[in-house]
Design a protein around this ligand. Structure first.
Ligand code: FAD
Ligand code: DLZ
Ligand code: SF4
Length: 505
């Protein structure tokens, strides 16, 4: 059985498959489509990619038992039901799967042997570079998990950007070169266009009909759905966007949803691209002199560093990780998380783009939407669900640690040394959003003030007990302690007024 995020021809479950004897089972199932109300584009992408992948296997001579969601009104409920029907239909004597990426689905897989009374091989997912055992070896006995140290081990293990036994360019990390604010007249490369073929058209119609009430715009739909298209997009990225990827990695520009970002996460997460091949292309471009080291290193770090690290954190902390709420945050999501209709221009831009594209780049996710969610004390469970719904690359294993650990500090600093909290000044420095905002970023208090400004101090006040002992927060608490009583009161009043009218903010 091949799941919707296992669309790799080299998948461990498919590697030794034999068209003579084996049947490949794939299914669009109701539970997966509805356990959260996924963005319409996310669903369309997964189903279109699944159908194209199945067609490829059929072209190789495989029998693919593929259940489409629209085959009848009585959609198949779950992976287990799909498999049960297939086992009966084909008289299977063995089931071969690759371990699911999510806890929930792995638990299902582990029950199948007893349920069906036949042998079930659950194989490792070696599309990830670090196995669970590798991560455990690295993490065991460490007080704090820091991505940077894990990343160095991954660089050594893969050999990427290693020269003469050390890091190419003399440094492990060129992040300091990757924080340029946007400058006027920055030109972004035009993305390739993808034609919607008949298969994808059918999927778009299905999603429009059956999931029309889900969040987000379905069309225009312009994203690769086949291995060939995905490879083309990777090559396009390396040639046209990677050279500037590093420098402007943290910048945000109105109307430039993708900037120089790769836009490849969803393709990597479903298996249409292999993380290693992405890194190898970037490394080659650097060796050929086509991209600077800060671009190649920055990109490779996101993949063999952050992506692998986040997955390690997920598996090490499940099944309870999603319940973390170290800061006791309980506020409901404002309504405009679903519409983008807020006067805070940074959030309006990031959420509107999310609605349109099922995509926002990392700094929008972390320093605009995540930062706001942290400062406003939004309920981590609701924030997790929102992030899982709205992005086309969102699967629990990657969404959860990014939300719980990175954006919300809800795990009490399991891997972030301090909360990613910032006032409006950071957003102003890294974007062109503030100039066209109803709020004034330079104003600290009062109805015209940028809400991030007073919410920042309010956050420190409210979470003093948990955060004041953190050495990296010492300076900020020092500043807070020197604030006059009037100023503290103004912060508290502004925050209270803001929260009262949060849905109209
Ligand atoms: P690029 O900026 O081009 O980066 C290159 C690649 O590095 C990405 O394609 C991705 O595979 C990997 N990568 C970079 N950062 C991370 C990270 N923090 N964790 C894992 N992989 C990373 N990423 C997801 O794939 N799915 C999610 O559901 C998801 N949810 C997120 C939620 C929050 C609150 C935050 C702060 C980040 C989240 N990320 C998630 C990580 C990151 O924002 C996206 O991977 C990235 O924006 C995808 O765009 P891109 O392909 O253009 O990335
Ligand atoms: C996300 C998703 C959706 C929306 N639908 C399906 C589906 O119908 N069939 C399928 O095989 N996979 C789907 N997926 C991806 C799965 O949720 C994913 O494979 C599991 O969560 C394991 O990571
Ligand atoms: Fe966002 Fe504040 Fe800037 Fe408005 S002024 S765009 S709310 S940071």
């Amino acid at each position: 059985m091949v799941l919707g995020d296992q669309l790799s021809r080299d998948l461990s479950a498919l590697r030794d498959a034999d068209p003579e004897h084996d049947v490949i089972v794939m299914a669009e199932v109701w539970d997966e489509a509805t356990y959260v109300q996924h963005h319409k584009k996310k669903m369309a992408f997964i189903f279109a990619a699944m159908r194209h992948f199945a067609a490829g296997l059929e072209a190789e001579g495989f029998t693919v038992d593929y259940r489409q969601l629209d085959a009848d009104d009585d959609a198949i409920a779950s992976f287990t039901d799909a498999l049960r029907a297939a086992v009966e239909r084909h008289g299977a004597d063995r089931i071969v799967v690759t371990e699911a990426a999510e806890w929930r689905v792995l638990a299902m897989q582990q029950g199948w042997a007893d349920l069906f009374g036949i042998q079930v091989d659950v194989r490792l997912d070696d599309r990830f570079i670090a196995s669970h055992a590798d991560f455990a070896r690295w993490a065991d006995g460490r007080k704090a998990l820091r991505m940077e140290y894990f990343y160095r081990e991954m660089r050594k293990a893969t050999g990427y950007l290693i020269e003469d036994g050390g890091p190419a360019g003399g440094q492990w990390n060129f992040d300091a070169d990757n924080r340029a604010p946007p400058k006027d007249g920055l030109d972004f490369p035009e993305r390739p266009d993808w034609t919607v073929d008949e298969t994808t058209r059918e999927v778009l119609d299905l999603v429009g009909e059956r999931f029309g009430d889900h969040f987000g715009d379905l069309e225009p739909f312009a994203y690769p759905v086949t291995r060939r298209q995905a490879l083309h997009y990777l090559n396009w990225f390396v040639e046209h966007a990677l050279p500037d990827f590093g420098t402007f990695q943290d910048a945000m520009v109105t109307g430039a949803a993708l900037m120089f970002h790769s836009h490849l996460s969803a393709l990597i997460n479903v298996g249409l691209l292999d993380p290693r091949e992405c890194c190898e292309r970037a490394q080659k471009a650097w060796r050929d002199g086509a991209v600077p080291i800060n671009a190649a290193e920055g990109f490779i770090r996101q993949i063999i560093g952050w992506r692998e690290f986040i997955r390690g954190v997920y598996w090490r902390n499940m099944p309870d990780y999603g319940d973390s709420n170290a800061l006791g945050a309980t506020r409901d999501l404002p309504d405009w998380f679903w519409s983008g209709e807020t006067h805070m221009n940074c959030l309006r831009q990031a959420i509107t783009e999310t609605k349109e594209n099922a995509y926002a780049h990392h700094i929008q996710r972390l320093m605009v939407i995540g930062n706001f969610s942290l400062l406003a004390g939004l309920d981590p469970k609701q924030v997790q669900e929102w992030f899982l719904i709205v992005y086309h690359d969102a699967y629990e294993w990657v969404e959860m640690p990014n939300v719980v650990g990175m954006a919300l500090y809800a795990d009490d600093g399991l891997f972030a040394s301090k909360p990613y909290a910032s006032s409006g000044a950071y957003i102003d420095k890294m974007s062109d959003y503030c100039g066209s905002c109803r709020y004034r970023v330079k104003v600290k208090n009062g109805p015209k003030a940028c809400p991030f400004n007073y919410l920042y101090w309010n956050f420190l006040i409210e979470n003093r007990e948990t955060l004041a002992g953190n050495r990296r927060m010492g300076m900020m608490y020092g500043t807070l302690d020197r604030m006059s009583g009037d100023k503290v009161e103004a912060v508290r009043d502004d925050a209270a007024r803001f929260f009262k009218g949060i849905d109209e903010a």
